[in-house]
Design a protein around this ligand. Structure first.
Ligand SMILES: Cc1cc2nc3c(=O)[nH]c(=O)nc-3n(C[C@H](O)[C@H](O)[C@H](O)COP(=O)(O)OP(=O)(O)OC[C@H]3O[C@@H](n4cnc5c(N)ncnc54)[C@H](O)[C@@H]3O)c2cc1C
Length: 337
């Protein structure tokens, strides 16, 4: 029989904002279950840029994304959140108590309130249309870099012209045996200072620019990749001996099932009331990158503040009739979860 869980608040998304919502709800004596389609916590921070330093988290002049996630989990831990990782919320429907969430593994969670902290939705990389690429995924083709060290001594082809492609080319040039930068045109869509560093490294012979080329094919055996074929629009082909291909063509943003739940949307984001993060569905709140309102900034620190506002707005739903007296954490400490 499918598992069924009951909780005060169900949080969809274990990104930085979803994790902080566990803390904020916990401080107001509300238990949380957290569901994430990824098999790890951390959302974009963990999946896209774990080793990158973040400079705009208050109180931390610099902190690596993975370290921030570790600290957020630690901060949430006293409230014993129940994580359902590697599972996607497929359906959301009202019931007598609040909401019933159906997960794609058949299990269900009943909650008084729901916090949608689903970032850009269930995100995935835009994949280049290369025949047979699936066979190399996870062996020689990676859409994200979890640990730079894993690429030490490798011959790496990076494809793309945006920030991820440029930043990783610069970073991996320090550890790789060779870095080839494949882009279809000489202009890059990255921060000008990063592009300047890329060009300096190319001049110094640390990165080879393969421009104007596009990916054309892959070669290798069952155990991994051995070469990447590239071609110009005029049909000039070149074969680059390589162990790794990193295609950085951005993220496919796909709200997935969230788009079917009756939430009021604006350009793939959920419209919320700015002071409570309430959506048009009673008892359903949205925070972090997925939430929109006039003046919204897609920053982690704004998501943290939205988590606090949503938790306060949810309190009367979980504790009806109990007055909520605003208190600082310095006054009440961290209540037992
Ligand atoms: C390269 C890069 C650098 C950045 N640098 C900074 C920076 O310096 N400072 C800053 O403030 N911000 C930065 N950001 C933005 C920051 O990462 C986001 O604002 C932040 O991750 C948003 O957090 P979130 O918790 O709202 O969503 P996310 O981190 O996107 O997490 C959402 C989670 O929800 C899950 N999910 C979605 N749909 C479902 C579903 N149906 N069922 C289950 N799970 C679901 C996803 O799998 C995901 O794990 C950067 C982003 C990128 C890509």
């Amino acid at each position: 029989m499918a598992e069924a869980h009951h909780t005060d608040v169900c949080i969809i998304g274990a990104g930085p904002v979803g994790l902080f919502a566990v803390f904020e709800c916990g401080m107001l004596k509300m238990r949380c279950h957290v569901v994430d389609a990824l098999d790890m916590t951390g959302g974009q921070c963990a999946a896209l840029y774990p080793e990158k330093p973040i400079y705009d988290i208050p109180g931390y002049p610099v902190i690596d994304a993975a370290e921030l996630i570790g600290k957020l989990e630690h901060q949430a831990a006293p409230f014993h959140p129940v994580y359902h990782l590697g599972r996607r919320v497929a359906q959301l429907a009202p019931n007598a108590e609040g909401w019933r969430l159906a997960l794609d593994d058949g299990s269900e969670i009943e909650a008084r309130a729901v916090v949608v902290a689903a970032g850009v939705g269930a995100f995935g990389p835009n994949k280049p249309p290369l025949p047979g690429i699936e066979a190399y995924e996870g062996k020689g083709v990676f859409y994200l870099v979890k640990r730079r060290e894993a690429f030490r001594g490798k011959r790496i082809v990076i494809a793309g012209g945006g920030d991820s492609a440029v930043d990783w080319a610069i970073s991996l040039a320090e550890v790789a045996a060779a870095v080839y930068m494949v882009h279809r045109r000489p202009k890059f869509r990255a921060a000008p200072e990063s592009v300047a560093r890329l060009e300096a490294l190319a001049k110094a012979g640390k990165i080879e620019m393969v421009v104007p080329y596009q990916l054309a094919g892959l070669a290798g055996e069952a155990k991994g990749l051995s070469a990447v074929r590239v071609a110009t629009l005029d049909g000039d082909e070149r074969r680059i001996d390589a162990d790794v291909l990193l295609p950085f063509f951005g993220l496919a943003m796909n709200l997935g099932p969230i788009g079917d739940w009756g939430l009021e949307l604006e350009k793939h984001h959920i419209k919320v009331a700015p002071s409570t993060c309430a959506t048009n569905l009673p008892g359903v709140f949205a925070i972090g990158d997925i939430a929109t309102y006039p003046g919204k900034l897609k920053l982690i620190l704004c998501g943290f503040s939205e988590a606090a506002m949503a938790a306060h707005a949810i309190y009367p739903l979980v504790h009806p009739g109990e007055a909520l007296h605003f208190e600082y954490s310095t006054t009440k400490g961290v209540p037992a979860g």
